[in-house]
Design a protein around this ligand. Structure first.
Ligand SMILES: NC(=O)c1ccc[n+]([C@@H]2O[C@H](COP(=O)([O-])OP(=O)(O)OC[C@H]3O[C@@H](n4cnc5c(N)ncnc54)[C@H](OP(=O)(O)O)[C@@H]3O)[C@@H](O)[C@H]2O)c1
Length: 247
């Protein structure tokens, strides 16, 4: 029997690397994608792992990975992402567009390319890393992640009758390179709010295998998500961020 194939984006570090390790441990053949080719090559994965260096916010690179998805996968993990340290009007528009492309256009196009062979076969699926912030209208980052949640839930409903599972992973604060890369100061975040990327990966894959459309790892964030989703959007957003764009 041939091993199932999983393609993971943003696989050189953090949650993506943890997901890839777990998938390798459960017998998957890996296709790893990241813009950091050196870190990708250095990561210790089994022989036979495909490594694609690609900046998914760049058209030619995205088209290359899209073609790989069309060739056939058992699991697509759309995980690559980043944040901005600045508010909307203080962020260069090119950086906002790069985030919108990576978090939305890439997820849209890779899912569109990967799903048809899965639906024809009646197995497989997609795991999209969104964020708990997708439940709270607080920034352009949260807006892109809200899109990932909504898109995943809609796609999950359409794919489920054909034996294909689509899941949105919604982590809270997770100890990865994410906040350092974005230049965010996280010193005031209390310890109990931090998640370990391996545990996030384990919960995500467990929920995906169970056929869940939403995965919220950690008891503390299950509570926050339930509370946040019950609040009016204006109040939920105000709890997490200021509303003055000029500050
Ligand atoms: N950590 C958290 O607290 C948290 C919470 C909720 C959701 N998330 C989401 O989790 C996902 C994974 O993030 P992480 O926490 O594991 O952060 P991470 O350690 O920084 O990993 C993200 C990976 O994606 C890569 N990447 C960024 N932009 C890319 C692009 N244009 N093309 C290809 N690869 C790109 C990064 O490369 P570079 O290092 O070169 O940028 C990095 O290797 C993201 O979607 C993030 O939004 C994280």
């Amino acid at each position: 029997m041939t091993a199932p194939t999983a393609l993971v984006t943003g696989a050189a570090s953090g949650i993506g690397a943890a997901l890839a390790r777990r998938l390798a441990d459960t017998g998957h053949r890996l296709v790893l994608v990241d813009r950091d080719g050196e870190r990708l090559e250095a990561a210790p994965f089994p022989a036979g792992t495909e490594r694609l260096t690609a900046d998914l916010a760049a058209e030619d690179d995205l088209a290359r990975v899209e073609a790989r998805c069309r060739d056939g996968l058992d699991l697509l993990v759309n995980n690559a992402g980043f944040g901005h340290p600045t508010r909307f009007l203080d962020t260069p528009i090119a950086a906002e567009i790069a985030m919108a492309r990576l978090h939305m256009e890439t997820v849209l196009r890779l899912t569109h390319a990967a799903l048809p062979p899965m639906l024809a076969r009646g197995s497989g699926g997609v795991l999209n890393t969104a964020s708990l912030l997708g439940f709270f209208p607080s920034s352009t980052y949260s807006a892109t992640k809200a899109w990932v949640i909504n898109f995943s839930q809609a796609t999950a409903r359409a794919a489920r009758p054909h034996g294909v599972t689509v899941t949105a992973l919604c982590p809270g604060f997770t100890r990865t390179g994410f906040h350092g890369s974005a230049g965010m100061d996280m010193a005031t975040i209390p310890g109990f709010l931090w998640l370990d990327p391996d545990r996030v990966a384990a919960a995500a894959l467990r929920d995906w295998r169970k056929g869940k459309a939403l995965s919220v790892p950690g008891w503390q964030y299950k509570l926050v998500a339930a509370f946040g989703r019950a609040l009016p959007p204006s109040l939920a957003g105000r709890l997490l961020s200021g509303t003055d764009m000029r500050r």
